[in-house]
Design a protein around this ligand. Structure first.
Ligand code: CTP
Length: 394
């Protein structure tokens, strides 16, 4: 995700400095080149050697001692950086940023940076809530710095409250967002994902193998591009994307209710959920005992959520999915037309590396007017952005 990106990781002297080590690992794993700059105090918490080994670059603590010609390197790093992340940012460091003080390597470097900076404050709760720190945080936000609010919980000093450095995966996620275009800024996006479950007794249900990966990837990508995202999700085992409202549902009727309630206030709907077409006509109140050799089921048709949205559509952009095992083009184009969609993402779900439970997908995009765009097999995370590119184009 950060291939060929130059990231500068600034570490100031808080107890959470150890979390910056994990953040560095994530950045490197994502393909970024990382230059670490630490304050002298940070080096009291975690030795520069650790960062050096993981970043494969000399760490700068002191402009006059480290990184060869570091007295000017900080200007080069500032020029080359695609983004900067300060984690943790202490009360003192936030104060320096707000006051324009440049008296060590990290604060001097920051002064020369023109690319996006994410500041991750972390400190004792009372310090964090103090007038001075709150004032300084407002100032730096006004100056254009991104600020990632700390989490709440038990802090190293033993008290409970805000001040905890968010987990490295969250910081990583927000840093990636900083580097994305915000072409969906101001748009309200509703995504559905995962399977539905229709119970036939209190402990059993009819469902399908959808993992939810495609829909979750779209929700995450849309949020990264600035959209306000709601994810109406069937039961899945993947983590919720950061800063996305997740509404959990089981049955088709539950999913339909949540989707319909939001539709009028939505600009874009992407229906990636694998919605069950039928449900048991009745569900037993108690667990069905295995007394008889066979059980006969009667199934009744579920409502088609997407078809209903298509008939209610005003200015919304509506994107559906089509899961097929044959006649992809014919079936997808039929659904596109009959459900009044602006785009349909069609995939053959019985192919290797495509469809349910895989991390990759092979799809063809169909739009009204006979437009057909076959795409190569790719990671669902990458496909999510291509789908959003086409939708943004609409
Ligand atoms: N869909 C829906 N409600 C349903 C069934 C499907 O909203 N009851 C949506 C899916 O989320 C998907 C699209 O309709 O975006 C197509 O789903 P798919 O299962 O491929 O097709 P169906 O319309 O169910 O038709 P069939 O099962 O006959 O192929």
């Amino acid at each position: 995700m950060l291939k060929n990106k130059n990231i500068v990781l600034g570490v100031s002297g808080g107890i959470a400095a150890y979390k910056a080590v994990e953040l560095l690992r994530l950045l490197k794993k994502a393909g970024a080149a990382v230059q670490v700059i630490m304050t002298e105090n940070a080096a009291q918490f975690v030795g520069p050697m650790t960062f050096e080994a993981l970043s494969e670059k000399q760490v700068c603590v002191n402009l006059f001692k480290d990184a060869g010609d570091a007295s000017i390197s900080h200007i080069r790093w500032a020029d080359e950086a695609d983004a900067v992340v300060i984690a943790p940012a202490t009360a003192n460091f936030v104060g320096k940023l707000a006051g324009g003080i440049a008296d060590d390597a990290l604060s001097t470097f920051i002064m020369a940076v023109t690319t996006p900076v994410l500041v991750c404050p972390s400190m004792n709760s009372n310090m964090y809530l103090s007038e001075a720190v709150q004032r300084n945080l407002k100032t730096i936000e006004k100056d254009g710095f991104g600020v990632l609010s700390p989490g709440s919980g038990e802090l190293a000093c033993g008290i409970e409250g805000p001040g905890r450095l968010p987990e490295p995966v969250v910081i990583f996620d927000r840093l990636v967002k900083l580097l994305k275009t915000d072409d969906l800024e101001g748009k309200r996006v509703l995504v559905t994902a995962g399977p539905t479950r229709e119970p036939f007794d209190p402990v059993r249900f009819i469902s399908n193998p959808s993992s939810g990966r495609m829909g979750y990837a779209i929700a995450r990508a849309a949020e990264m591009r600035g959209a306000e995202v709601t994810l109406v999700s069937g039961p899945v085992e993947i983590d919720a994307p950061v800063n996305v409202e997740v509404v959990r549902t089981n049955t088709v009727d539950e999913m339909a209710e949540e989707v319909f309630a939001r539709f009028d206030n939505t600009d874009i709907v992407i229906k990636a959920a694998a919605v069950g077409d039928y449900r048991p006509a009745t569900a037993a109140e108690h667990k069905i005992k295995k007394d008889s050799e066979t059980i006969d089921f009667s199934l009744v048709k579920n409502q088609d959520i997407l078809r209903e949205l298509g008939s209610r559509k005003k200015n919304q952009v509506l994107c559906g999915f089509a899961a097929e095992t044959r006649d992809l083009q014919e079936n997808a184009q039929k659904k596109l037309k009959e459900k009044n969609l602006d785009m349909i993402v069609a995939n053959l779900v019985n192919c290797e590396g495509s469809g349910f439970r895989t991390t990759t997908n092979s799809v063809t995009l169909f739009s009204p007017g006979g437009k057909v765009e076959p795409l190569p097999n790719m990671e669902k995370t990458k496909l999510a952005d291509i789908i959003l590119d086409r939708i943004a184009g609409l």
